[in-house]
Ligand binder design. Sequence first.
Ligand SMILES: Cc1cc2nc3c(=O)[nH]c(=O)nc-3n(C[C@H](O)[C@H](O)[C@H](O)COP(=O)(O)OP(=O)(O)OC[C@H]3O[C@@H](n4cnc5c(N)ncnc54)[C@H](O)[C@@H]3O)c2cc1C
Length: 424
Amino acid sequence: MDNTIQAGCTTPSARHRVVIAGGGYAGTTLAVRLARAARPGDDIEIMLVEPNPCQQALSELDLVAVGPARTEFCELWHPTVFKDLPVTVCYDRVHEVRALDGVVSIGSREGPHREIAYWRLVIATGAIALVPPVPGLAERAVTMWSVADAQELQRRMEVQFRIAATSATAAERARALSFVVIGGGATGVEIVGTLGQMLPKRVRAFGLDPADLRIRLVEGRPDILYDLPDSLRVRARHRLARLGVEVVTGSMVREVDADAVSLADGRSVDASVLVFCGGAKADPDAISWGLEVDPSGRLVADPFCRVPGAAGVYAIGDVAAFRDPHDRRTLPMLAQFAIREAEHTADNILREARGGEVTPFVPHMHGEFVSIGPSWGVGWAWKFTLSGVPAIVMKRFTYVLYWFTVGGVRLAWRRTVEMLRMGR
Ligand SMILES: Cc1cc2nc3c(=O)[nH]c(=O)nc-3n(C[C@H](O)[C@H](O)[C@H](O)COP(=O)(O)OP(=O)(O)OC[C@H]3O[C@@H](n4cnc5c(N)ncnc54)[C@H](O)[C@@H]3O)c2cc1C
Protein backbone atom coordinates (compact mmCIF):
# COMPACT_ATOMS: atom_id res chain seq x y z
CA MET A 1 0.00 0.00 0.00
CA ASP A 2 1.36 3.43 -0.96
CA ASN A 3 1.94 6.31 1.43
CA THR A 4 0.99 4.50 4.60
CA ILE A 5 4.35 5.03 6.25
CA GLN A 6 5.37 8.61 6.51
CA ALA A 7 8.07 10.48 8.31
CA GLY A 8 5.69 13.33 9.13
CA CYS A 9 2.02 13.42 10.07
CA THR A 10 -1.01 14.12 7.95
CA THR A 11 -4.05 16.30 8.57
CA PRO A 12 -7.17 14.32 9.65
CA SER A 13 -8.49 12.16 6.87
CA ALA A 14 -11.33 10.48 8.76
CA ARG A 15 -13.99 11.23 11.34
CA HIS A 16 -12.48 8.85 13.90
CA ARG A 17 -8.81 9.59 14.31
CA VAL A 18 -7.11 7.23 16.77
CA VAL A 19 -3.72 8.42 17.99
CA ILE A 20 -1.54 5.76 19.64
CA ALA A 21 1.35 7.03 21.76
CA GLY A 22 4.11 4.38 21.87
CA GLY A 23 4.83 1.49 19.51
CA GLY A 24 5.96 -1.24 21.93
CA TYR A 25 4.11 -4.47 22.62
CA ALA A 26 0.86 -2.65 23.42
CA GLY A 27 0.90 0.11 20.79
CA THR A 28 2.03 -2.11 17.91
CA THR A 29 -0.54 -4.81 18.72
CA LEU A 30 -3.29 -2.21 18.93
CA ALA A 31 -2.39 -0.52 15.65
CA VAL A 32 -2.18 -3.82 13.77
CA ARG A 33 -5.42 -5.21 15.16
CA LEU A 34 -7.36 -2.01 14.56
CA ALA A 35 -6.01 -1.62 11.03
CA ARG A 36 -6.90 -5.20 10.10
CA ALA A 37 -10.39 -5.09 11.60
CA ALA A 38 -11.54 -1.60 10.56
CA ARG A 39 -13.96 -1.40 7.62
CA PRO A 40 -14.27 1.63 5.32
CA GLY A 41 -17.62 2.50 6.94
CA ASP A 42 -15.93 2.85 10.35
CA ASP A 43 -14.21 5.97 9.02
CA ILE A 44 -11.15 5.34 11.20
CA GLU A 45 -7.71 6.87 10.73
CA ILE A 46 -4.88 5.29 12.74
CA MET A 47 -1.82 7.28 13.69
CA LEU A 48 1.03 5.71 15.67
CA VAL A 49 3.48 8.11 17.32
CA GLU A 50 6.76 6.41 18.24
CA PRO A 51 10.29 7.84 18.20
CA ASN A 52 11.97 4.57 17.21
CA PRO A 53 11.49 2.95 13.81
CA CYS A 54 11.34 -0.44 15.45
CA GLN A 55 9.81 -2.05 18.48
CA GLN A 56 12.41 -3.38 20.88
CA ALA A 57 11.13 -6.65 22.29
CA LEU A 58 12.54 -6.31 25.80
CA SER A 59 11.62 -9.84 26.78
CA GLU A 60 14.50 -11.24 24.68
CA LEU A 61 17.09 -8.62 25.58
CA ASP A 62 19.38 -11.02 27.46
CA LEU A 63 20.13 -12.73 24.16
CA VAL A 64 21.41 -9.49 22.68
CA ALA A 65 23.40 -8.60 25.78
CA VAL A 66 25.33 -11.82 25.96
CA GLY A 67 24.76 -13.51 22.66
CA PRO A 68 24.20 -15.58 20.72
CA ALA A 69 21.45 -13.57 19.00
CA ARG A 70 22.01 -10.45 16.97
CA THR A 71 20.16 -7.23 17.80
CA GLU A 72 17.67 -7.95 15.04
CA PHE A 73 16.35 -10.82 17.12
CA CYS A 74 14.53 -8.40 19.38
CA GLU A 75 13.82 -5.64 16.87
CA LEU A 76 10.51 -5.53 15.06
CA TRP A 77 10.74 -2.91 12.34
CA HIS A 78 7.60 -0.84 11.93
CA PRO A 79 8.08 -0.16 8.20
CA THR A 80 7.87 -3.95 7.68
CA VAL A 81 4.91 -4.45 10.01
CA PHE A 82 2.83 -1.60 8.60
CA LYS A 83 3.84 -1.94 4.94
CA ASP A 84 0.42 -3.14 3.87
CA LEU A 85 -1.71 -1.65 6.62
CA PRO A 86 -3.50 1.73 6.75
CA VAL A 87 -1.45 3.10 9.65
CA THR A 88 0.40 6.40 9.57
CA VAL A 89 3.54 6.18 11.66
CA CYS A 90 5.00 9.43 13.02
CA TYR A 91 8.58 8.84 14.08
CA ASP A 92 8.35 11.33 16.88
CA ARG A 93 7.37 11.45 20.53
CA VAL A 94 4.24 12.68 22.23
CA HIS A 95 5.27 15.74 24.16
CA GLU A 96 2.04 16.73 25.86
CA VAL A 97 -1.59 15.69 26.12
CA ARG A 98 -4.40 18.25 26.42
CA ALA A 99 -7.25 15.91 27.21
CA LEU A 100 -9.83 18.70 27.63
CA ASP A 101 -9.21 19.85 24.05
CA GLY A 102 -8.69 16.36 22.58
CA VAL A 103 -5.22 17.35 21.36
CA VAL A 104 -1.69 15.94 21.64
CA SER A 105 1.43 17.86 20.79
CA ILE A 106 4.29 15.92 19.30
CA GLY A 107 7.96 16.73 18.86
CA SER A 108 11.22 16.62 20.80
CA ARG A 109 11.47 18.01 24.33
CA GLU A 110 13.09 21.19 23.01
CA GLY A 111 10.48 21.63 20.27
CA PRO A 112 9.14 22.68 17.86
CA HIS A 113 5.85 20.91 18.56
CA ARG A 114 2.97 20.10 16.27
CA GLU A 115 -0.60 19.71 17.51
CA ILE A 116 -2.74 16.78 16.50
CA ALA A 117 -6.43 16.45 17.32
CA TYR A 118 -7.73 12.99 18.18
CA TRP A 119 -11.06 11.27 18.56
CA ARG A 120 -9.48 8.56 20.72
CA LEU A 121 -5.99 8.59 22.27
CA VAL A 122 -4.29 5.42 23.51
CA ILE A 123 -1.31 5.97 25.79
CA ALA A 124 1.08 3.01 25.57
CA THR A 125 4.43 4.57 26.37
CA GLY A 126 5.65 1.78 28.64
CA ALA A 127 8.08 2.04 31.53
CA ILE A 128 11.74 2.73 32.22
CA ALA A 129 14.27 1.23 34.61
CA LEU A 130 14.05 2.48 38.18
CA VAL A 131 17.39 2.71 39.98
CA PRO A 132 17.10 3.30 43.75
CA PRO A 133 19.30 5.97 45.38
CA VAL A 134 21.99 3.55 46.59
CA PRO A 135 25.39 5.29 46.60
CA GLY A 136 27.34 4.43 43.45
CA LEU A 137 24.63 2.28 41.90
CA ALA A 138 23.42 4.60 39.14
CA GLU A 139 27.01 5.48 38.16
CA ARG A 140 28.30 1.89 38.06
CA ALA A 141 25.42 -0.29 36.91
CA VAL A 142 24.03 -0.98 33.46
CA THR A 143 20.26 -1.25 33.42
CA MET A 144 18.51 -3.60 31.01
CA TRP A 145 15.77 -1.70 29.22
CA SER A 146 16.82 -1.26 25.59
CA VAL A 147 19.04 -2.67 22.87
CA ALA A 148 21.44 0.18 23.69
CA ASP A 149 21.63 -1.09 27.30
CA ALA A 150 22.31 -4.62 26.07
CA GLN A 151 25.06 -3.36 23.77
CA GLU A 152 26.57 -1.37 26.62
CA LEU A 153 26.75 -4.54 28.70
CA GLN A 154 28.44 -6.33 25.78
CA ARG A 155 30.94 -3.49 25.54
CA ARG A 156 31.78 -3.48 29.26
CA MET A 157 32.28 -7.23 29.30
CA GLU A 158 34.58 -7.06 26.28
CA VAL A 159 36.71 -4.49 28.09
CA GLN A 160 37.05 -6.88 31.03
CA PHE A 161 37.89 -9.83 28.77
CA ARG A 162 40.78 -7.79 27.37
CA ILE A 163 41.94 -6.78 30.84
CA ALA A 164 41.80 -10.42 31.95
CA ALA A 165 43.67 -11.57 28.85
CA THR A 166 46.57 -9.27 29.70
CA SER A 167 46.54 -9.85 33.48
CA ALA A 168 49.63 -11.42 35.02
CA THR A 169 48.02 -13.19 37.96
CA ALA A 170 45.03 -15.44 38.51
CA ALA A 171 43.70 -13.04 41.16
CA GLU A 172 43.70 -10.14 38.68
CA ARG A 173 42.01 -12.31 36.05
CA ALA A 174 39.32 -13.40 38.51
CA ARG A 175 38.72 -9.78 39.50
CA ALA A 176 38.29 -8.72 35.87
CA LEU A 177 35.92 -11.61 35.24
CA SER A 178 33.60 -10.89 38.21
CA PHE A 179 30.15 -10.19 36.81
CA VAL A 180 27.25 -9.33 39.11
CA VAL A 181 23.54 -9.02 38.40
CA ILE A 182 21.39 -7.35 41.04
CA GLY A 183 17.74 -8.40 41.14
CA GLY A 184 16.43 -11.94 41.50
CA GLY A 185 13.17 -11.39 39.59
CA ALA A 186 12.61 -12.81 36.12
CA THR A 187 14.69 -10.15 34.34
CA GLY A 188 17.77 -10.57 36.54
CA VAL A 189 17.56 -14.37 36.46
CA GLU A 190 17.28 -14.36 32.65
CA ILE A 191 20.34 -12.14 32.28
CA VAL A 192 22.45 -14.07 34.78
CA GLY A 193 21.37 -17.41 33.31
CA THR A 194 22.43 -16.32 29.85
CA LEU A 195 25.74 -15.08 31.28
CA GLY A 196 26.22 -18.45 32.96
CA GLN A 197 25.58 -20.44 29.81
CA MET A 198 27.32 -18.20 27.26
CA LEU A 199 30.31 -16.63 28.99
CA PRO A 200 32.46 -19.77 29.26
CA LYS A 201 32.49 -19.94 25.43
CA ARG A 202 33.18 -16.25 25.13
CA VAL A 203 36.14 -16.25 27.53
CA ARG A 204 37.65 -19.31 25.82
CA ALA A 205 37.65 -17.27 22.61
CA PHE A 206 39.91 -14.79 24.42
CA GLY A 207 42.26 -17.60 25.47
CA LEU A 208 40.96 -17.40 29.05
CA ASP A 209 40.03 -20.19 31.44
CA PRO A 210 36.28 -20.33 32.29
CA ALA A 211 37.30 -21.43 35.80
CA ASP A 212 38.33 -17.80 36.42
CA LEU A 213 34.77 -16.57 35.81
CA ARG A 214 32.78 -15.33 38.83
CA ILE A 215 29.09 -14.83 38.02
CA ARG A 216 26.81 -13.83 40.89
CA LEU A 217 23.16 -12.95 41.33
CA VAL A 218 22.41 -10.65 44.28
CA GLU A 219 18.87 -10.48 45.67
CA GLY A 220 17.79 -8.66 48.85
CA ARG A 221 14.97 -11.07 49.68
CA PRO A 222 15.59 -14.61 50.98
CA ASP A 223 14.90 -16.25 47.61
CA ILE A 224 14.64 -15.54 43.86
CA LEU A 225 11.70 -15.67 41.41
CA TYR A 226 8.97 -15.00 43.97
CA ASP A 227 6.26 -15.05 41.30
CA LEU A 228 6.88 -18.74 40.63
CA PRO A 229 5.79 -21.75 42.74
CA ASP A 230 8.33 -23.14 45.25
CA SER A 231 9.12 -26.24 43.18
CA LEU A 232 10.13 -24.10 40.20
CA ARG A 233 12.26 -21.81 42.34
CA VAL A 234 14.20 -24.84 43.56
CA ARG A 235 14.72 -26.06 39.98
CA ALA A 236 15.81 -22.58 38.92
CA ARG A 237 18.40 -22.44 41.69
CA HIS A 238 19.73 -25.89 40.75
CA ARG A 239 20.08 -24.84 37.15
CA LEU A 240 21.90 -21.62 38.10
CA ALA A 241 24.26 -23.63 40.31
CA ARG A 242 24.98 -26.00 37.40
CA LEU A 243 25.81 -22.99 35.24
CA GLY A 244 28.27 -21.82 37.88
CA VAL A 245 26.14 -18.87 39.04
CA GLU A 246 26.40 -18.11 42.74
CA VAL A 247 23.15 -16.79 44.23
CA VAL A 248 23.62 -14.31 47.09
CA THR A 249 20.32 -13.64 48.87
CA GLY A 250 18.97 -12.09 52.04
CA SER A 251 20.61 -8.68 52.17
CA MET A 252 20.02 -5.42 50.35
CA VAL A 253 22.76 -3.58 48.48
CA ARG A 254 24.10 -0.77 50.67
CA GLU A 255 26.76 0.75 48.46
CA VAL A 256 28.57 0.23 45.18
CA ASP A 257 32.16 1.27 44.53
CA ALA A 258 34.60 0.78 41.66
CA ASP A 259 35.26 -2.93 42.29
CA ALA A 260 32.59 -4.29 44.60
CA VAL A 261 29.02 -4.32 45.82
CA SER A 262 28.64 -3.95 49.60
CA LEU A 263 25.62 -5.52 51.24
CA ALA A 264 23.78 -4.28 54.34
CA ASP A 265 24.81 -7.38 56.34
CA GLY A 266 28.52 -6.62 55.82
CA ARG A 267 29.19 -9.00 52.93
CA SER A 268 30.99 -7.70 49.87
CA VAL A 269 30.84 -9.08 46.32
CA ASP A 270 33.53 -8.31 43.71
CA ALA A 271 32.06 -6.72 40.59
CA SER A 272 33.95 -5.58 37.51
CA VAL A 273 30.68 -5.37 35.55
CA LEU A 274 27.39 -4.72 37.28
CA VAL A 275 23.87 -5.10 35.89
CA PHE A 276 20.87 -3.72 37.75
CA CYS A 277 17.52 -5.42 37.16
CA GLY A 278 15.80 -4.35 40.36
CA GLY A 279 12.80 -2.33 39.26
CA ALA A 280 10.80 -0.26 36.82
CA LYS A 281 8.60 2.80 36.81
CA ALA A 282 5.98 4.05 34.38
CA ASP A 283 7.10 6.38 31.59
CA PRO A 284 7.74 9.68 33.46
CA ASP A 285 6.55 11.78 30.49
CA ALA A 286 3.10 10.22 30.54
CA ILE A 287 2.88 10.81 34.28
CA SER A 288 3.50 14.52 33.67
CA TRP A 289 0.53 14.95 31.30
CA GLY A 290 -1.94 15.88 34.07
CA LEU A 291 -3.86 12.59 34.00
CA GLU A 292 -4.82 10.59 37.11
CA VAL A 293 -1.89 8.64 38.55
CA ASP A 294 -2.11 5.80 41.10
CA PRO A 295 0.13 5.57 44.22
CA SER A 296 2.63 3.34 42.38
CA GLY A 297 3.13 6.07 39.75
CA ARG A 298 1.22 4.49 36.84
CA LEU A 299 -1.72 6.05 34.98
CA VAL A 300 -5.01 4.95 36.47
CA ALA A 301 -7.01 2.73 34.11
CA ASP A 302 -10.68 1.91 34.70
CA PRO A 303 -12.20 -1.52 33.94
CA PHE A 304 -12.38 -0.52 30.26
CA CYS A 305 -8.69 0.57 30.17
CA ARG A 306 -9.79 4.22 30.00
CA VAL A 307 -8.25 7.02 32.02
CA PRO A 308 -10.90 8.42 34.41
CA GLY A 309 -11.70 12.10 33.92
CA ALA A 310 -10.11 12.25 30.44
CA ALA A 311 -12.76 11.68 27.78
CA GLY A 312 -11.56 9.55 24.89
CA VAL A 313 -8.23 8.57 26.50
CA TYR A 314 -7.17 4.94 27.05
CA ALA A 315 -4.00 3.78 28.86
CA ILE A 316 -2.60 0.28 28.33
CA GLY A 317 0.56 -1.72 28.95
CA ASP A 318 3.26 -0.96 31.51
CA VAL A 319 2.32 2.72 31.80
CA ALA A 320 -1.18 1.85 33.04
CA ALA A 321 -2.29 0.59 36.45
CA PHE A 322 -5.10 -1.81 35.66
CA ARG A 323 -6.67 -3.56 38.64
CA ASP A 324 -7.59 -7.20 38.21
CA PRO A 325 -11.32 -7.35 39.12
CA HIS A 326 -10.81 -10.80 40.71
CA ASP A 327 -8.33 -9.79 43.42
CA ARG A 328 -8.12 -5.97 43.05
CA ARG A 329 -4.36 -6.22 42.53
CA THR A 330 -2.66 -4.08 39.89
CA LEU A 331 -1.46 -6.16 36.96
CA PRO A 332 2.32 -6.63 36.80
CA MET A 333 4.34 -5.07 33.99
CA LEU A 334 4.30 -7.98 31.57
CA ALA A 335 4.14 -8.16 27.78
CA GLN A 336 1.33 -10.68 27.91
CA PHE A 337 -0.95 -8.17 29.69
CA ALA A 338 0.16 -5.30 27.42
CA ILE A 339 -0.82 -7.39 24.38
CA ARG A 340 -4.19 -8.48 25.76
CA GLU A 341 -5.11 -4.97 26.91
CA ALA A 342 -4.22 -3.74 23.42
CA GLU A 343 -6.37 -6.35 21.68
CA HIS A 344 -9.29 -5.57 23.94
CA THR A 345 -8.91 -1.82 23.48
CA ALA A 346 -8.78 -2.17 19.68
CA ASP A 347 -12.08 -4.05 19.83
CA ASN A 348 -13.61 -1.43 22.14
CA ILE A 349 -12.54 1.41 19.86
CA LEU A 350 -14.17 -0.34 16.92
CA ARG A 351 -17.35 -0.82 18.97
CA GLU A 352 -17.34 2.90 19.75
CA ALA A 353 -16.83 3.83 16.09
CA ARG A 354 -19.81 1.63 15.22
CA GLY A 355 -22.00 3.24 17.91
CA GLY A 356 -21.80 0.27 20.33
CA GLU A 357 -20.93 -0.01 24.02
CA VAL A 358 -17.44 -0.74 25.33
CA THR A 359 -16.93 -3.92 27.37
CA PRO A 360 -14.70 -4.36 30.46
CA PHE A 361 -11.30 -6.01 30.12
CA VAL A 362 -11.01 -9.24 32.11
CA PRO A 363 -7.38 -10.34 32.45
CA HIS A 364 -6.33 -13.96 32.70
CA MET A 365 -2.83 -15.20 33.32
CA HIS A 366 -2.39 -18.52 31.53
CA GLY A 367 1.26 -19.01 32.35
CA GLU A 368 4.69 -17.55 32.87
CA PHE A 369 8.08 -18.73 31.63
CA VAL A 370 11.56 -17.62 32.61
CA SER A 371 14.64 -18.58 30.60
CA ILE A 372 17.78 -19.61 32.44
CA GLY A 373 20.23 -19.59 29.60
CA PRO A 374 19.18 -19.64 25.95
CA SER A 375 18.23 -23.32 25.95
CA TRP A 376 16.63 -23.98 29.35
CA GLY A 377 13.72 -22.52 31.31
CA VAL A 378 11.18 -22.87 34.10
CA GLY A 379 7.55 -21.87 34.19
CA TRP A 380 3.93 -22.89 34.30
CA ALA A 381 0.98 -22.94 31.96
CA TRP A 382 -2.57 -23.57 33.10
CA LYS A 383 -2.07 -26.21 35.86
CA PHE A 384 1.24 -27.62 34.63
CA THR A 385 4.73 -26.73 35.75
CA LEU A 386 7.56 -27.22 33.30
CA SER A 387 11.32 -26.97 33.38
CA GLY A 388 14.19 -27.53 30.97
CA VAL A 389 13.70 -27.68 27.22
CA PRO A 390 9.85 -27.84 27.27
CA ALA A 391 9.74 -24.61 29.28
CA ILE A 392 12.11 -22.74 26.98
CA VAL A 393 10.16 -24.00 23.96
CA MET A 394 7.01 -22.52 25.51
CA LYS A 395 8.74 -19.19 26.16
CA ARG A 396 10.10 -18.96 22.61
CA PHE A 397 6.80 -20.16 21.19
CA THR A 398 4.91 -17.26 22.81
CA TYR A 399 7.51 -14.87 21.38
CA VAL A 400 7.22 -16.30 17.87
CA LEU A 401 3.44 -16.20 18.22
CA TYR A 402 3.69 -12.49 18.87
CA TRP A 403 5.77 -11.99 15.73
CA PHE A 404 3.26 -14.06 13.80
CA THR A 405 0.33 -12.02 15.13
CA VAL A 406 1.78 -8.63 14.25
CA GLY A 407 4.19 -9.51 11.45
CA GLY A 408 2.79 -12.56 9.70
CA VAL A 409 4.32 -15.86 8.64
CA ARG A 410 7.57 -14.55 7.14
CA LEU A 411 8.70 -12.64 10.21
CA ALA A 412 7.66 -15.46 12.52
CA TRP A 413 9.59 -17.95 10.40
CA ARG A 414 12.72 -15.80 10.49
CA ARG A 415 12.59 -15.62 14.28
CA THR A 416 11.96 -19.36 14.51
CA VAL A 417 15.07 -20.13 12.48
CA GLU A 418 17.18 -17.83 14.68
CA MET A 419 15.67 -19.44 17.76
CA LEU A 420 16.55 -22.95 16.58
CA ARG A 421 20.14 -21.87 16.01
CA MET A 422 20.33 -20.36 19.46
CA GLY A 423 20.91 -23.39 21.66
CA ARG A 424 24.12 -24.29 19.80
C1 LIG B 1 14.80 -7.24 30.22
C2 LIG B 1 13.31 -7.43 30.23
C3 LIG B 1 12.77 -8.73 30.08
C4 LIG B 1 11.41 -8.93 30.07
N1 LIG B 1 10.91 -10.20 29.91
C5 LIG B 1 9.56 -10.40 29.83
C6 LIG B 1 9.04 -11.71 29.61
O1 LIG B 1 9.78 -12.68 29.48
N2 LIG B 1 7.68 -11.84 29.54
C7 LIG B 1 6.83 -10.78 29.66
O2 LIG B 1 5.60 -10.96 29.58
N3 LIG B 1 7.30 -9.53 29.88
C8 LIG B 1 8.64 -9.31 29.97
N4 LIG B 1 9.15 -8.05 30.19
C9 LIG B 1 8.20 -6.95 30.33
C10 LIG B 1 7.71 -6.49 28.96
O3 LIG B 1 8.80 -6.23 28.11
C11 LIG B 1 6.85 -5.25 29.14
O4 LIG B 1 5.78 -5.56 29.99
C12 LIG B 1 6.31 -4.78 27.78
O5 LIG B 1 7.37 -4.32 26.98
C13 LIG B 1 5.28 -3.66 27.99
O6 LIG B 1 4.81 -3.25 26.74
P1 LIG B 1 4.44 -1.72 26.52
O7 LIG B 1 3.92 -1.63 25.11
O8 LIG B 1 3.58 -1.22 27.61
O9 LIG B 1 5.81 -0.93 26.65
P2 LIG B 1 7.11 -1.02 25.73
O10 LIG B 1 7.16 -2.31 25.02
O11 LIG B 1 8.23 -0.62 26.61
O12 LIG B 1 6.86 0.12 24.64
C14 LIG B 1 6.74 1.49 24.98
C15 LIG B 1 7.05 2.29 23.73
O13 LIG B 1 6.68 3.64 23.95
C16 LIG B 1 7.62 4.49 23.32
N5 LIG B 1 7.54 5.80 23.95
C17 LIG B 1 8.02 6.17 25.17
N6 LIG B 1 7.75 7.47 25.39
C18 LIG B 1 7.07 7.92 24.29
C19 LIG B 1 6.51 9.19 23.94
N7 LIG B 1 6.56 10.25 24.74
N8 LIG B 1 5.89 9.29 22.74
C20 LIG B 1 5.80 8.21 21.89
N9 LIG B 1 6.32 7.00 22.19
C21 LIG B 1 6.94 6.86 23.37
C22 LIG B 1 8.95 3.76 23.53
O14 LIG B 1 9.90 4.18 22.57
C23 LIG B 1 8.53 2.31 23.37
O15 LIG B 1 8.68 1.88 22.03
C24 LIG B 1 10.52 -7.82 30.22
C25 LIG B 1 11.04 -6.54 30.37
C26 LIG B 1 12.42 -6.34 30.39
C27 LIG B 1 12.97 -4.94 30.57
